[in-house]
Write a protein that binds this ligand. Structure first.
Ligand code: RIB
Ligand code: CA
Length: 307
């Protein structure tokens, strides 16, 4: 099987930890580089969380420090959801920075993408700052990118503000650059993670997936929804699912624009399914059982692969 080369831009973040874990051990993927960026918590934490996760998983994928802040917007935080350091509930052993590759993320991503004999897939599970910088610095990079798959946006209500989802709202200008880039984009909005939330039965199954399952169970048990929603919503793996288990999703073409001027709507993803000028495929539904079975199986594979 030809593995899909993958670059991950991420802001761990509890659900990011889950998405990276299953990606690193998925036999269909070859993770070439991980770019921790600012997002749920500050870059200092997302970078260290990424290094600590790789130490826990015994993986050695190069790590490149991403953006420290959004392009224009004021920096926001989701520490109330993920904990001060971004990984409430599990004490990872502190890793060294041996996996860090020094240099500018945009340049290192560009070189990796253009050197790849197979078109590279990009996974975006945090604010899109680093992908916007890549596209602005090296517009021709799109030639060797297969697709960009993101967890982000919302068809209805937001989770950062009434009409904006956190990743898009975190850097609206960056998201607009990405949606205008001409890249093939697939998008898993909030509605997918809301519907495919992790049930107590699945939590028990996850806890029984060895040390990897125990780590994820501990993190998932400590994710906190500020609105008091008791559902355990693990959003970022739904974007990995769009890549590896597309049969679990229903998608529709749409034109996606990001609101950049609204006083109350800044950062809202405006998804127009009626447009004659679609720029993305948006997941509108998910087979919850198919996705859950796939997700738990990927966690099992990660635990087996970690040995
Ligand atoms: O809105 C959910 C998204 O924002 C997820 O990627 C979560 O990790 C946060 O980054
Ligand atoms: Ca994230």
């Amino acid at each position: 099987m030809t593995k899909t080369p993958l670059i991950i831009s991420t802001d761990p973040g509890i659900d990011d930890i889950a998405a990276m874990t299953i990606s690193l051990f998925a036999q269909e993927l070859d993770v070439k580089m991980i770019i921790p960026t600012w997002g749920n918590v500050a870059l200092e934490y997302t970078l260290q969380n990424t290094l600590n996760l790789e130490k826990f998983l015994h993986t050695k994928v190069p790590v490149v420090s991403g953006a420290n802040q959004p392009l224009v917007a004021p920096k926001i935080s989701a520490a109330s959801v993920h904990g001060k350091t971004g990984v409430a509930g599990f004490d990872f052993e502190e890793a060294t920075d041996e996996l860090v590759v020094p240099g500018l993320a945009a340049t290192l991503m560009y070189n990796a993408i253009m050197d790849s004999p197979v078109k590279v897939t990009l996974l975006g599970i945090g604010p899109l700052t680093d992908y916007a910088l890549l596209l602005k610095q090296y517009p021709n990079v799109v030639e060797n990118i297969e697709q960009l798959v993101i967890m982000g946006g919302n068809i209805g209500r937001g989770n950062h503000s009434p009409l904006a989802e956190y990743n898009i709202a975190g850097d609206p200008e960056a998201a607009q650059v990405v949606f205008q880039s001409g890249l093939k984009i697939k998008m898993a909005p909030l509605e997918i993670g809301n519907k495919a939330h992790v049930t107590q039965e699945q939590m028990t199954q996850i806890k029984n997936c060895g040390e990897v399952g125990n780590m994820l169970y501990s993190l998932f048990s400590n994710i906190h929804e500020p609105d008091g929603d008791p559902r355990i919503k693990i959003f970022d793996p739904t974007a990995v699912g769009l890549i590896l288990c597309p049969e679990a999703f229903s998608v529709r073409k749409a034109n996606v624009e990001v609101e950049l001027a609204g006083r109350y709507t800044y950062g809202a993803s405006v998804i127009n399914f009626m447009s004659n000028n679609p720029n993305a495929e948006v997941a509108i539904d998910v087979d919850v059982k198919m996705f859950a079975d796939w997700f738990i199986n990927k966690i099992k594979l990660a635990d087996q692969g970690r040995m």
